[in-house]
Unconditional design. Structure first.
Length: 793
């Protein structure tokens, strides 16, 4: 059963990629080149796709820009706009001089033209099928089996899409490219941006934090049922809530967990949310016109949209060929391929577009909002401190070259490269796209434009490209299929171990010596966006790899490749997180032990307060020889050994608390972090030197929801892209029941941290008063109230 289930999941995953690639490849392979501002100037497939704007057109755009931003944040009709006011400009828009534009049409091939070549074969194979002849030649029953009925309608849909992508005047692609030059629709194209080099938080996030603590103070009083006057803003714990990766499983279970926290009043006390993969999708939808910051609305949305596979051709092509969804979904693709001649276009781009077609399009498919297409627009929800600040994550896999004398065996060199390889974390908030390792970032609205030496590289017409659209970002955040071969194997290990056939041990024995090679291979290429760190040699930390200074693009992928919980961004200096609430729906949470992995990061970064040793209990893994013996044992014997090796697992809710006075000792010498019991040892959390409190909710079975097992229920695989309403209800019920198990323990933990911070503030205030009193005494000034105890006053 498990082998069949895995094959089914593999077909679904491959169908997502292959189906989308064939459909979209067929569209673009017959399209005319996107050339200049109009299809009328196109010459050939190899023509340079220059970005032009005539003087007349540029003047109109500049006039619109001046009018639109005469009063920042206001529309011309006087109403307030959700578009943020433009930042200070250091470079003005300049007209494009047509006389300087080359006309030989011999420029090198661009991203748009390059992608057509490898897809031409697929295009020809698909479109050359003569359905009328073939259907007449074979029996109707065989036809229905071999060719589904929807295949008959594909040629018409594809033909319509090809016309829209031709760049002919008033075609869809022409309209998209026109909008890309319109500063009223994309104001960021005239905004200047520079790379900010600093380890601190950007000004916008600092301003957010100063506002958020006042909003949280009110919510915390309500959550803890104490008078509002008792909660001082400086005593408010900085609470971060984060969700793991796991595809649609993470999206649905995370929705239920966050909804439960929202209903309990806990979400309103939260300062940050952070996500990996499917949890990033969740944050995107929450801060959209679909979710409207209501997780209950999202649950209803999923039931109407997730019952169709995202790569099902009729559904995908229907949305790509009909207004208004066609422009909504294809806009980012056209902008990338037209605006970045050397851009790489691949599976992740297609995957993101298909994800958006399922998740960002509401029921009825007419109410799409362009406002949902930019991460920077989410600042509308957080600018005044009303909602938690979302953090989105991705990683870059750095595999450096290693020095060797040329006589070493290739296996030895490969091992050295693997030991030197690591992941660089990148994060997005509505304010900034940042990498902590580089100590550098850019405004989120500038993501996608090229930089050099920290400055914007303007296009020939004096404009920048619009911000990278959310569909591509969703593809990057959730590109689990860009994992290494090692990660692919880890994903299916739970199924193999639970099969009872000895498959897990058999493959473990076979692959135990190959992991060093498997961990370096990415079967599918990650997505790429322009590298903002180019030209900054000497300004970035000396630990930056050489590739950062040389690569024109950043290849980014699912952060779950490094850690399936977004703990690292929450430990960034300046965020000062006191409580981390982690919802872990990872496929193999006990074995992966992502909480434990975070301890290594905290040790490396010398972060005080992290509960070192927190995580799942260590499991006794057999060595290679024992593994080989187990592979030949009977399934019953293997089950006995496995049960003997297993240790007590964690409960539905586990709390660890760190210490700010932990000494710098070797990791193996650090004792396991103390579990705070369900009865809550308040003194343990309230002591003055207590550090970060980690509240961990794994998605595990619950007697209150029988028949739902994340490890055994086929529909809960990371690679499943179809959920029925009943399956959605089951997943949400399990996550809700698990949150209920730890709801009171969570509240007591938050209360203890609040009391600790309050006592710390009062202690510091008393120390400050005592210090001032001693200073006055040394100066001979009266101490205390003037005239206190004087009978003559």
């Amino acid at each position: 059963m498990y082998r069949a289930a895995f094959r089914a999941h593999a077909r679904l995953a491959l169908g997502t990629v292959a189906g989308g690639a064939i459909a979209f490849g067929t569209i673009v392979a017959r399209s005319q080149p996107l050339h200049a501002d109009s299809g009328e100037t196109a010459t050939s497939w190899t023509a340079q796709p220059t970005v032009t704007a005539t003087k007349k057109r540029a003047s109109a755009q500049e006039g619109a820009h001046i009018d639109a931003f005469k009063q920042p944040g206001s529309r011309r009709d006087g109403t307030r706009s959700r578009t943020p006011a433009p930042p200070p400009q250091t470079k003005n828009h300049v007209d494009y001089d047509e006389s300087k534009q080359g006309t030989d049409g011999t420029a090198s091939a661009t991203a748009w033209t390059t992608i057509t070549a490898p897809l031409a074969a697929a295009r020809d194979t698909f479109t050359n099928i003569n359905l009328d002849v073939n259907l007449a030649q074979i029996g109707e029953s065989i036809t229905d089996y071999v060719l589904p009925a929807w295949v008959k309608g594909l040629p018409a849909l594809i033909s319509e899409l090809q016309d829209e992508m031709s760049m002919a005047p008033w075609s869809l692609s022409w309209e998209i490219w026109e909008d890309a030059h319109d500063p009223e629709k994309n104001p960021e194209i005239v905004w200047d941006a520079e790379v900010r080099i600093s380890s601190g938080l950007c000004v916008e996030e600092q301003q957010y934090l100063s506002k958020r603590k006042f909003a949280v103070a009110k919510a915390l009083a309500k959550y803890l049922d104490v008078p509002a006057d008792d909660v001082h803003p400086d005593d408010v714990p900085v609470i971060a809530m984060c969700g793991s990766g796991g595809g649609l499983r993470a999206l649905i279970a995370g929705t239920s967990s966050y909804l439960s926290a929202q209903q309990a009043g806990l979400l309103d006390c939260t300062t940050y949310t952070a996500g990996v993969s499917g949890s990033c999708w969740l944050q995107t939808l929450y801060y959209s016109s679909i979710g409207q910051t209501d997780f209950g609305r999202l649950a209803d949305h999923f039931k109407s949209r997730l019952n169709v596979h995202l790569a099902f051709p009729p559904a995908a092509l229907g949305l790509l060929s009909q207004a208004p969804t066609n422009k909504f979904l294809l806009g980012g693709v056209v902008e990338k391929l037209k605006g970045v001649p050397d851009a790489e276009f691949g599976v992740v781009d297609i995957y993101g577009m298909l994800l958006a077609a399922r998740l960002l399009v509401p029921k009825g498919e007419l109410g799409v909002s362009d406002w949902d297409l930019k991460v920077s627009n989410q600042r509308y929800f957080v600018d005044h401190g009303d909602k938690p600040l979302p953090i989105y994550t991705a990683v870059r896999h750095e595999i450096p070259e290693v020095e060797h004398d040329g006589r070493e065996a290739s296996a030895s060199v490969a091992q050295k490269r693997e030991e030197a390889a690591y992941f660089q974390w990148f994060e997005w908030t509505p304010y900034e796209f940042f990498c902590e390792e580089l100590n550098a970032g850019i405004p989120t609205w500038a993501t996608g434009r090229p930089f050099d030496a920290g400055k914007t590289l303007w296009r020939e017409n004096g404009l920048a490209l619009p911000e990278v659209r959310v569909p591509l970002m969703m593809g990057i955040w959730g590109s689990a299929f860009c994992a290494t071969l090692s990660d692919y194997y880890k994903e299916i290990q739970p199924i193999l171990r639970g099969s009872g056939l000895g498959l897990g041990s058999s493959l473990d024995a076979l692959l135990s010596d190959k992991d060093a090679d498997m961990v370096k291979v990415h079967p599918l290429d990650p997505a790429s966006i322009p590298n903002f760190a180019l030209g900054l040699r000497g300004k970035l930390p000396s630990t930056c790899p050489e590739s950062i200074h040389n690569d024109s693009h950043l290849r980014l992928m699912d952060a779950g490749m490094s850690n399936n919980l977004p703990i690292y961004p929450l430990l960034r200096p300046g965020r000062n997180v006191d409580v981390i609430i982690a919802f872990d729906v990872s496929a193999d949470a006990p074995h992966a032990n992502w909480i434990g992995v975070a301890g290594g990061y905290a040790k490396q970064r010398k972060i005080k307060g992290w509960p070192m040793g927190a995580g799942w209990p260590p499991r006794a893994e057999p060595d290679a020889e024992v593994t080989r013996e187990l592979a030949h044992a009977e399934s019953s014997a293997q089950e006995t050994v496995t049960q003997a090796q297993a240790m007590d697992d964690l409960s539905h809710c586990t709390v660890w608390v760190g210490s700010t006075t932990e000494s710098s000792v070797a990791p193996e010498d650090i004792p396991a972090a103390k579990h705070v019991s369900s009865d809550l040892d308040v003194p343990e959390i309230s002591r003055p030197d207590a550090g970060i409190a980690v509240i961990y909710f794994p998605l595990i079975t619950n007697d209150a929801v029988p028949g739902v097992d994340p490890q055994k229920s086929d529909y809960m695989s990371t690679w499943n892209f179809v959920y029925t309403p009943d399956e959605i209800d089951k997943v949400m019920a399990l996550a809700k029941a698990n949150f209920a198990e730890g709801e009171e323990q969570t509240k007591r933990t938050v209360r203890a941290v609040w009391q600790r911070k309050m006592e710390g503030r009062m202690r510091r205030e008393k120390e400050a008063r005592d210090l001032r009193a001693r200073v006055r005494m040394r100066r001979g000034e009266p101490v205390g109230r003037t005239g206190w105890g004087d009978h003559f006053v």
